[in-house]
Design a binder for this molecule. Structure first.
Ligand code: KG4
Length: 364
């Protein structure tokens, strides 16, 4: 497990100890510019500006993402402070996503956090994006949702990751299984693209699957040891099914095929989704059983998927798990989760040196 343990002595921190702890967080790891504020452990604001510019390219264009972050960051941070009812002079520290993510995008958030913190003479706190997703389960947003207690298992599924994480403490996480090729979200997005659906395809798969027959098509399932995942064979199987159908109907495009095969997209989406959810849940069940852990959480963008959320409820009932499913607003990238991680680190005085740089890749 990686965690930055560099301590800095900021006189300002100790001067402010009698005041409320006010953490501002910035998330800019991919294509969402987000800022949040937590005051004494309670979330006061969580502002997200999603970048629409990538839609026409069918995926995130890194250079466009960094430019959009530059345009968005000031109004997003300003709105987060205003909604929280605090001024920049009230801030105790600034937390920021240091990685993993797109380097250009991370640089915008990191530089902004450093500049603002330097001008206010307050510490900065670096947050691992993946840990942030897991810690979204601890955000106090006023809805009274129960939080898991340690240790628990977290299925972390996003566009770039599919992992089973054993969470022993907020700063003690171990990846016990992960994908050896594509992530679950990536598989959804790529298959959606083949079906001619917009980017990101995950939410479209979810929507169309509701109208489809999950048993209509059978796709290959991986046979990978331990708690690891693989989605590339499953993706290829999806592609070959479509290729064979195009051939059988003597057509060349998906639109032509959809005219001949009723409910083509709906049934393909439903079958794909059911297979992905089954692959994810079977390994999670094995991990929970082997480790004797009965608190099980899900996090990351794919945790917005309705079939996966339902599977958590069903498995919870069947295997006597206490399940933790995040509110939709904390599933995809958001600064509330970064703020929560930053708040925990602030309590430990776990600050980051000003010369630390972002990282594109890392483990949790
Ligand atoms: O965590 P996230 O916002 O970004 C990172 O990858 O860090 O996750 C984005 C992923 C995309 O692959 C998107 O298609 C997927 O989450 N996603 C979904 C749903 N909503 C978002 N996948 C399936 N069903 C959904 N409802």
């Amino acid at each position: 497990m990686h965690i930055c343990k560099k301590k800095c002595n900021f006189a300002a921190v100790f001067e402010k100890m009698d005041k409320p702890i006010v953490i501002l967080a910035i998330e800019s790891s991919c294509d969402d510019t987000s800022s949040a504020v937590i005051v004494d452990g309670v979330l006061r604001s969580n502002v997200i500006a999603s970048q629409k510019v990538h839609e026409e390219y069918g995926g995130v264009v890194p250079e466009l993402a960094s430019r959009a972050h530059q345009q968005n960051i000031l109004p997003v941070v300003d709105t987060a402070l205003k909604r929280a009812g605090v001024s920049k002079d009230d801030l105790s520290a600034i937390a920021f996503t240091r990685g993993p993510g797109l380097l250009g995008s991370l640089l915008v958030g990191t530089s902004f956090a450093k500049g603002l913190a330097l001008s206010l003479n307050i510490p900065i706190i670096d947050v691992n994006h993946l840990q942030g997703h897991v810690l979204a389960h601890f955000v106090e947003d006023g809805t009274g949702l129960p939080h898991p207690t340690f240790p628990f298992l977290c299925l972390l599924v996003s566009g770039g990751n599919s992992q089973i994480v054993l969470v022993r403490a907020y700063n003690d996480m171990e990846i016990i299984g992960q994908t050896i090729d594509d992530a679950a979200g990536e598989a959804f997005d790529k298959c959606a693209k083949v079906l001619g659906l917009p980017y990101p395809g995950g939410p479209w798969i979810d929507k169309l699957a509701k109208e489809g027959d999950a048993g209509k098509y059978l796709f290959a399932k991986p046979n990978i040891p331990n708690y690891d995942y693989s989605f590339s064979g499953h993706k290829t199987s999806f592609l070959y099914t479509l290729r064979d159908m195009l051939k059988a109907h003597d057509v060349t495009t998906i639109d032509e095929l959809a005219e001949r095969v009723p409910h083509l997209r709906e049934d393909m989406c439903a079958s794909l989704q059911a297979t992905v959810v089954d692959i994810l849940m079977r390994k999670l069940k094995k991990a929970a059983k082997d480790l004797g852990v009965s608190q099980v959480a899900v996090a990351g963008g794919v945790s917005a998927n309705s079939a996966l959320r339902q599977a958590f409820v069903d498995y919870g009932k069947k295997y006597h798990w206490e399940v933790f499913i995040p509110p939709f607003s904390f599933t995809t990238d958001n600064a509330a989760m970064v703020c929560q991680a930053g708040y925990f680190k602030y309590l430990d005085r776990d600050f980051c040196a000003i010369d630390e740089v972002p990282y594109a890749k890392t483990q949790i």
